[in-house]
Design a binder for this molecule. Structure first.
Ligand code: XBP
Ligand code: MG
Length: 236
């Protein structure tokens, strides 16, 4: 069966963005007068909860501090503003191999999609920073954030991307960096290539089609044993 679409996670997969997210959370906390500061260790643990609002709610439950849903939404909107501002001013670059694979797919008419927990605004900020254009100029479909009620590891965001692409999972390939993302993609029936990121390196990626340090050595469309054009046989 011919490959029709590639579906990418954003945070940790397209780029190492989680330290920017962490800085943005901490900036929003400071501006709100909250005495919270998420260290790398705390953030590593909290990353198991996908979604910024959900992560803040989990932190409230852990600390015993109370914020209403409206307070959390406001705090998270301020975090998004901080993140997009820092992204515009910052040094974030794509992970190795990503841009090449996107170009190879485009040249072959293979569709490109995003399936992410983060918000559309953050996807746009990344696109502006790394490509100097809108995300829709790069990706045919962007499935993001609160479009689905159940975030990763639920498969909903991948299912939504597949519906909008108009293809079955059998002719698509997902790219992820985390256990939560892998479980979401597998739940949607997708073969999944995992490139672990700084915060997910020690996670369990059982079930992945391939686990690679990054996409630099992944020649997706070449006639090699790792070519995904070649009947999409599992990698050995
Ligand atoms: C990434 C996330 C996101 C970001 C924060 O998960 O969990 O929540 O850390 O984004 P994945 P928001 O890469 O698996 O999609 O604050 O915008 O929710
Ligand atoms: Mg990710």
């Amino acid at each position: 069966m011919k490959l029709r679409a590639l579906i990418f996670d954003v945070d940790g997969t397209l780029a190492e963005t989680e330290e920017l997210h962490r800085a943005a959370f901490n900036m929003a906390f400071r501006e709100a007068g909250l005495h919270w500061d998420w260290s790398e260790g705390i953030y590593h643990r909290l990353l198991k909860i996908t979604g910024g609002k959900e992560r803040i709610a989990a932190w409230c439950a852990e600390t015993g501090d109370f914020l209403s849903s409206a307070d959390i939404a406001t705090l998270h909107a301020n975090k998004t503003a901080a993140y997009t501002g820092m992204m515009a001013a910052g040094q974030i670059t794509l992970r190795p191999g990503v841009d090449r694979i996107l170009g190879e797919a485009r040249a072959r008419g293979v569709m490109l999609a995003i399936a992410t927990t983060t918000s559309g605004a953050n996807v746009e900020a990344l696109a502006r920073a790394v490509w100097g254009c809108t995300a829709r100029e790069v990706f045919d479909v962007i499935a993001a954030g609160d479009e689905v009620a159940a975030k990763k590891p639920a498969p909903d965001i991948y299912r939504r991307a597949l519906v909008r692409l108009g293809v079955s999972p059998a002719v698509a390939l997902a790219f992820e960096d985390s256990r939560n993302g892998l479980v979401a993609a597998l739940g949607a029936g997708l073969r999944t290539v995992v490139t672990p990121s700084v915060y997910t390196a020690a996670e369990d990626f059982a079930g992945a089609w391939a686990v690679l340090p990054d996409l630099a050595g992944f020649h997706a469309f070449s006639a090699t044993p790792t070519g995904i054009d070649q009947g999409m046989a599992p990698l050995s």
